[in-house]
Each structure stands twice: as structure tokens, then as C-alpha cells.
Write a protein that binds this ligand. Structure first.
Ligand code: SF4
Length: 352
């Protein structure tokens, strides 16, 4: 999905058009274009690049590179490094990836700029705004390069580099297929023994009901890593089988066929001719669904949002689980509610 949205945005940025898309994808494209057109309008005459390979060759770090979604450069003035994220885990605008892209886009001209801005467009982020900005001076970016990135790269290259597994850093790491730390941490999550997985024994996964609160918290924290590891195992198995390499007990088969109309008009006529009289043409179409408030807001100016809210009913969202440090206040548990109810009743009875 993310790759698909990226390619659609790339096409629109380059002046192309895209076919009608599902509303959430259209909203994502519109949001990205609002950001990009905003930059273009505020800083006319800049040079832009889409899906460019940017590397840190100018800083003697040629091995560090990436493909940048969008950059906009007004030489001697401003540089924008923009990244689109389709995922839900919020990514800050000053993430190492974005700062590295900004360095790569600036190249040897870094000190000529007055300001460098990184931007993350993340319409599906679980929390925080869908567009985040981070503006810094060339000095601040160079300081990060010299005091954070260079030491980290030096350590990564050393034979005694610590391998510290984590969801973010391991996701795209090419070494993860052979990384014992990544494997051990992933397996430790569910307390599985590696020997049990490769032997004939059935791995014993503890029942969550029988785990202590501390064990639950520990596993819950590591779930993203385990999920990533599972996806990686699936991808490697699929890739091995595709290349004709064996994976004992498994084979590749054709997927389930998907049916679609070859000629929608001809199919409709056939249905009309062959169904009982009470079936009308409109019965051939699914009912259109009305826009959600969030989608409707995209159609009207921001100044009218307040008036629109009169038509909106707020239903409390499903409770979410977040780290204790999160700024939102904790909900009371059902047991707390029950105790409160009993206490109120007791106080009322006593006062009668
Ligand atoms: S997979 Fe291993 S080497 Fe790669 S980032 Fe994770 S811990 Fe480090």
C-alpha cells in the first residue's frame, strides 16, 4: 500500500494525473500535494527532485544513502527534505532518516543555506499531527552529523559493534537474516527456545492469562519486533520457494483467483435480461456511502469546520493502550467505576 501511494504521489508531483482512487488514498495524495504546493508557493523558483538517490559522499560517508521522496532547494536560502510515511507508528520530523536525507540533499553546499527544513507527511499516524516540520540551521545539522551520526557509523563499522535490536533499526537491516541478536530478541519475546523451533519438540508459548503483569508488559513492549520477525520469516520462506530452494514441508501453489467483470455494461445487460422483473437497474449497484466528517472537512474551507461540527456526533473511540509516559490521562478501570458507585451509594444511604 505504501509503495502504491508513493508512486501515485510521485506521478502527481511530476504533473501527471492518476485514476480515481479510494477516498483515503486520494486524501493522502491531496495532503502531500498541499504540503508540496505550499512549499512551492512560499519559496518560488526552487529546484525540486522526486525519488532521488541522495548520499553522504560529500561528507566522506559514501556508503550512507537513501531514496528521498521529495526535495526542494532554493540555493543560498532554504532546503526542504520531505518524506511520506503510510504507516501508523508516528515518525518525528527530526528522525535520523530525515536528517540524513537533508544532509544528502544539501551535499557540499550545506553551509550556504540559511535554513534546512525536514517534513514528515503521515496521514495515518496513530497520534500527533499528520504533517510534522523540523527547521534547523546548517550548524545544527552539521553538529548532529559530527556528534551523533559519525560516532554511530564508526561504531557500526567496528568489529566489536554492539548489535542492539529494535523495531526501527532492524526493519530494513540487510543483516537481520543472520543476526543472532535480532533472532534471540525476537524469540525471547515469546520465551521460545530456538532448539525447540528447529527440533521436533513443540515450542511452548506461555498462556497470557498465566503470565505475571511484568511478563505481560515485557512481551507487550517487544511485540512490534516479534511481528516484524514473523513477517521476515514469511518473506524469506516465500523467496526461497520462489527461487526453487526447498523449505521442508512447504511448496508454492497458485493463489485464489479473483473475479472481476470483463465488460461491466454487457454484464449489466445480461443480468437485466435474465433476472425477474422486480430487479431494477439500480439494484445492480452497491449503495453509495456518505463521507465521514474527516473526509467532508477536506471539501470545505477550514473556517467552516466549526459550523460543520454541529452535524457531527462524537462517539468515544475504542480505548487504546499506550506507554505510561503518554500525555493522555489514564481511563478508570471498570473495577474503579464499580468502587466509585458503591461508595456513592453508601454515602447516600448513610445520609438518609
Ligand atoms: S538486525 Fe542485528 S545488526 Fe541489524 S540492526 Fe538489528 S540488531 Fe543490528
Amino acid at each position: 500500500m505504501g509503495t502504491h501511494v508513493h508512486s501515485l504521489i510521485e506521478r502527481v508531483v511530476k504533473g501527471g494525473v492518476v485514476d480515481k482512487q479510494p477516498i483515503d488514498i486520494e486524501n493522502s495524495i491531496n495532503l502531500a500535494m498541499d504540503v508540496i504546493n505550499g512549499i512551492r508557493t512560499r519559496f518560488p523558483g526552487g529546484h525540486e527532485g522526486v525519488e532521488d538517490r541522495v548520499g553522504l559522499d560529500a561528507y566522506d560517508l559514501a556508503e550512507v544513502w537513501g531514496t528521498m521522496d521529495y526535495r526542494y532547494i532554493v540555493y543560498g536560502h532554504s532546503l526542504f527534505a520531505v518524506d511520506y510515511k503510510n504507516g501508523v507508528i508516528p515518525v518525528p520530523a527530526d528522525s535520523p532518516q530525515l536528517l540524513t536525507y537533508a544532509l544528502g540533499a544539501a551535499g557540499k553546499f550545506l553551509d550556504d543555506f540559511q535554513q534546512i527544513t525536514t517534513c514528515v507527511i503521515q496521514p495515518n499516524a496513530l497520534e500527533g499531527p499528520p504533517v510534522k516540520w523540523h527547521t534547523m540551521t546548517p550548524w545544527q545539522l552539521r553538529h548532529w552529523l559530527d556528534h551523533v551520526l559519525r560516532p554511530a557509523i564508526a561504531e557500526a563499522k567496528s568489529p566489536h559493534a554492539r548489535a542492539i535490536p529494535g523495531e526501527y533499526q532492524c526493519r530494513w537491516c540487510p543483516a537481520k537474516s543472520n543476526c543472532p541478536e535480532y533472532r534471540d530478541k525476537s524469540l525471547a519475546v515469546a520465551k521460545l527456545e530456538y532448539k525447540a523451533l528447529v527440533g521436533n519438540q513443540t515450542p511452548v508459548i506461555p498462556s497470557p492469562e498465566e503470565m505475571t503483569p511484568e511478563q505481560l508488559a515485557d512481551v507487550y513492549t517487544k511485540l512490534p519486533l516479534l511481528t516484524d520477525w514473523i513477517k521476515h520469516v514469511q518473506a524469506v520462506v516465500a523467496s526461497r520457494l520462489e527461487k526453487g530452494k526447498p523449505v521442508p514441508g512447504y511448496k508454492r501453489v497458485a493463489g485464489k483467483n479473483k473475479r472481476s467483470w470483463r465488460d461491466e455494461e454487457a454484464a449489466k445487460q445480461f443480468l437485466l435480461d435474465n433476472t425477474p422483473n422486480e430487479v431494477m437497474e439500480e439494484d445492480m449497484y452497491s449503495k453509495p456511502t456518505f463521507l465521514s466528517p474527516a473526509q467532508a472537512e477536506k471539501l470545505i474551507p477550514r473556517t467552516s469546520w466549526k459550523d460543520l461540527s454541529e452535524f457531527v456526533e462524537l462517539t468515544p473511540g475504542k480505548p487504546a493502550i499506550v506507554p505510561e509516559s503518554h500525555k493522555k490521562e489514564a481511563l478508570t478501570s471498570s473495577m474503579d467505576e464499580f468502587k466509585k458507585h458503591i461508595k456513592t451509594q453508601y454515602t447516600q444511604e448513610k445520609s438518609q
